[in-house]
Ligand binder design. Structure first.
Ligand SMILES: *Cc1c(COP(=O)(O)O)cnc(C)c1O
Length: 319
């Protein structure tokens, strides 16, 4: 399975802000592993696909919004690995399809729409039964690939993705953008003691995620998927860089993102990675990190979503 993917490059960022803080800054470019199936979404899908194959399912069914990175990745991964795919999309159908959904359809995904009320029930046994009846035997992957298979895949992001074995442990802080915190949980489980994972929630009031993380970690350790010696490294949530909430942006963030791309050649997505990178650079200016620290910023992908965001912003500026 892994032959299809390039090892993600590790890129050093030469920034004056980091130099002034005495901190080394590196980016792990998960966005470059594959043109369509990339970022943390591939890691969250991997063991779901393997389980589906093992259990002889031929169809994957999953959930997402109309701009979802997960829908995009699942459609492409399904087509690469020989699964039929069904995407259950939140809300009403809008035509013409946006870029995310038209790509999914090109990859062979069948789209189904659920109104917001029904969509809210997506994790209930009732809705699952309804979907199984309507579509036959389907392997259901939760929204975002956020289950214990997803956590398991994310335990492979840091160490296995590194160019040289052992390299991963040269970093004392690993920074990642955070939605459901599945990725953070996997990363925390894979670090050595003494390393620290820092998550930047992209939604408002992200502090509630602390409990989610505790229960993800507990459930994973109890699941039998964990290696016997795994224990999570320390982790922390930095909740101040949500920019008003999920998929909300302001000029400050847009400017930062364009500037960072120009200066360092790293494109950022507005929903996730731009907020985390902004947060890290801001914390560096505030002296949050110590001299001699070595930071690894995980680029979790998501660039496909920028097309939709830019179209939305253009509409706003015209009105
Ligand atoms: C989904 C996503 C995340 C969030 O991952 P979680 O495991 O839900 O915390 C971060 N970055 C990008 C680009 C994503 O698409």
């Amino acid at each position: 399975m892994s032959l299809i993917f390039l090892p993600p490059p590790l890129q050093q960022i030469n920034s004056e802000i980091a130099r002034n803080a005495g901190v080394d800054l590196y980016v792990l470019r998960l966005d470059l592993m594959h043109p369509w199936v990339n970022g943390n979404k591939w890691f969250k899908l991997k063991y779901n696909l393997l389980e589906a194959k093992e259990k002889d399912f031929t169809t994957l069914l999953t959930f997402g919004g109309a701009y979802s990175n997960h829908i995009y990745a699942t459609a492409a991964a399904g087509s690469l690995f020989g699964f039929r795919t069904i995407g259950v999309i939140r809300g009403e159908e809008r035509l013409p399809l946006n870029r995310t959904l038209s790509f999914a359809v090109q990859q062979g995904m069948q789209l189904v729409y659920l109104n917001r009320e029904m969509y809210r029930e997506r994790n209930t046994p009732e809705l699952e039964e309804y979907l199984q009846q309507r579509f036959g035997e389907v392997f259901i992957i939760p929204e975002g690939g956020s289950n214990l298979n997803g956590v398991r895949g994310c335990t492979e992001i840091i160490a296995d993705a590194m160019p040289t074995a052992g390299y991963a442990y040269a970093f004392d802080h690993i920074c990642v953008a955070c939605g459901t915190a599945t990725t953070l949980a996997g990363i925390a489980l894979s670090l050595h003691q003494g390393q620290r994972a820092i998550a930047f929630p992209v939604l408002k009031n992200g502090a509630f995620l602390a409990q989610e993380i505790e229960s993800l970690l507990t459930n994973y350790l109890a699941s039998g998927l964990a290696t016997p010696y795994s224990s999570p490294a320390s982790w922390e949530l930095v909740c101040d860089y949500h920019f008003g909430g999920y998929a909300k942006v302001n000029n400050d963030l847009l400017f930062f993102s364009q500037q960072f791309t120009e200066e360092h050649g790293v494109p950022l997505d507005y929903v996730y990675t731009a907020k985390m990178f902004y947060g890290v650079m801001d914390l560096l200016k505030q002296g949050f990190f110590s001299k001699g620290n070595s930071l690894l910023l995980v680029h979790t992908g998501g660039l496909q979503g920028n097309v939709g965001m830019e179209e939305r912003l253009q509409r706003f500026s015209k009105n």
